[in-house]
Design a protein around this ligand. Sequence first.
Ligand code: KG4
Ligand code: ZN
Length: 350
Amino acid sequence: MIVLGIETSCDETAAAVVDDRHRIHANLVLSQLDEHRPYGGIVPEIAARSHLDHLDALVARSLEQAGLGCAELDGIAATAGPGLIGGVFVGVMTAKAMAAACGVPFLAINHLEGHALSARLTEALDFPYLLLLVSGGHCQLLAVEGVGHYARYGTTVDDAVGEAFDKTAKLLGLDYPGGPAVEQAARDGDATRFDLPRPMLGRAGCDFSFSGLKTAVRHKAAALNRDETGALGNRDRADLAASFQAAVADVLADRCENALARFQDDGATGPLVVAGGVAANQNLRSRLSAVAAAAGTRLIAPPPELCTDNAAMIAWAGIERLSLRLTDPLDFAPRPRWPLEDLKRQEAAR
Ligand code: KG4
Ligand code: ZN
């Protein structure tokens, strides 16, 4: 079984070809960073137009790399939400048109489910597992019981953790996207120099909060000396980046400890899985490994290029759904908001 996947929900245009034997035949990602940089953030209209300009050629290249024609595919999967709706439409319309033309099933993939199942593409990983999903728009802990079956343990009450990385990067004068830039800057910083809050640490439950931490970083950054161009010194920048990263790791580790306890109390023995863009962070991965080990289990993290947005995870989610015959009609409507818990209800309504 072989599936083409398309991802256009944010600022990456991506196409990939993946088979049911876990082989990635093509995995192309085109970043729109340069187009959004002058605006200091993602502009939805620019994103949608850019997806439209580049997607056809990217799909053609991925099929060429896989050495396949459209007729040899078993299905075409596209992110159908949640995300910036203009871009989602571009991917969904392309996938539907190809599915109709090739006479193969269309698979409407929830972007979060793409992240949630991504570890099963590269690892022998059975259900159930505990998932920490950390991206630019989301921060959740979920028990993954099966395809389409997610039980939420906790979520953020304000910002997503990736957003906190991006805002911190901006305050430090680092480039967008902030996560990799903060991680890089933190590498030779002193994580103990700035005393930053750890929201929710030690509290019962599995919810998150990052707005207080973000505000604290802003205050610390404002109190530092800047040169005549307004830039922070390298030492200050590195120390604040490292202090921020340590606070985030402390919070995420604490929340995962609670979630693992609950997961295991429910009788489950599966591993802890981390996915989403922020899961590319090495500091966080090593911290979570220790948390998993202390709970008698292990951490599974997809390779960094499958943590940040990509179409291989969408194609893989397509394979998983196709195997269960969970295909979608061509009049499926894209969804700007689409919580993972809704997938179960949707399945029941089929
Ligand atoms: O999953 P993703 O690519 O897109 C969304 O679905 O949101 O996640 C993007 C987020 C951004 O906020 C980015 O700054 C963050 O993931 N990110 C990182 C790292 N790489 C990407 N955060 C921390 N450390 C990283 N190495
Ligand atoms: Zn994502």
